[in-house]
Design a protein around this ligand. Sequence first.
Ligand code: DAH
Length: 357
Amino acid sequence: MTEPSAQPPTAQRIEEIARSATAELDSLENLEAVDQWRISYLGRRGTLTTVLRALSSLDVDERRTIGALANEAKNTLEDRLEQRVRHINEAALTRSASQNRLDVTLPGRPSKAGRLHPTTQIVREICSAFVAMGFGVVEGPEVEWEHYNFEMLNIPKGHPARDMWNTLWVDYEDPSGEQAMLLRTHTSPMQARVMESREPPIRVVVPGKCYRYEATDATHEWHFYQVEGLAVGEGITFADLKGTLYEFAHRLFGEERQIRFRCDYFPFVEPGVDMSIDCFACQGQGGGCRICRDSGWIEILGAGMVHPKVLEKVGYDKDRYTGFAFGMGPERIAMLKYGIDDIRHFYANDLRFLRQF
Ligand code: DAH
């Protein structure tokens, strides 16, 4: 490296500086060294800068010729500097490319695909069985008015049937003071909402979440899903209800399934029934069967003919229209289908359980 010089600049001196600077630069292999070089020649106190500054001590003619030489040397060094930096960067790139070569024969890392929750899967399966029979799918609010959850379904205030649904009430003052708010205890309120908003013929299924103020155990959750069904039109009979649900049972549980209806009570249907399928585990043979508890039958849903009072409440002509409704718990259907022994598994978020579906 050349020391800054206090001597008056000469053509020879400039040439010398340029030559040694170039030689030095060509031997540098990393960017830090190149930067040091720049400071020592072209920096504020660099060798060439000092020479340029000393030009003022020369007379006018000399200043013109020597000045031109000095500027040319400066431009050359700056160009060389740029080239050197580019050269070093390219060399580094080539080196790293050859060292870290991509091995295309290495097996890839498998990416983990997520999956649908078992409840979502079974809800979709149930809905598609009905969609194939011409039903549409609608959804409704989980926070519901008492009016729809009970009143419109022929369960007036004070009616003992309200005890069938342990209700979670929402702390909200209705400005009119008439209605209380709750978390819907079933999807049945959507029957009234759908009928209020359209005219027959109606064929819908309503999947959705429901809530109950209940202690949990192997067969009870405080939140769970239901799939509701409703068909209303002219001339719909109990035979339509049976045929539709028979077809449904076959689609979900196999062609060979038998079904059984027994009387049951739900305030919004008349007559009301519960439907069972014959036990697919023991084929009705019993012998200590855990699934049907030796009864040979497994209850899977509640149903019935829409109560004339419900039709009246939504403003339908009860002498013209009839209909059927049904409701089921998809978790229960999945438990039967896949042999799951505790409903709490569904929402415990244990991946060991969820990954099995
Ligand atoms: N909503 C009833 C429940 O939660 C289930 C039900 C029974 C729905 C009979 C219906 C029906 O539509 O017709 O227990």
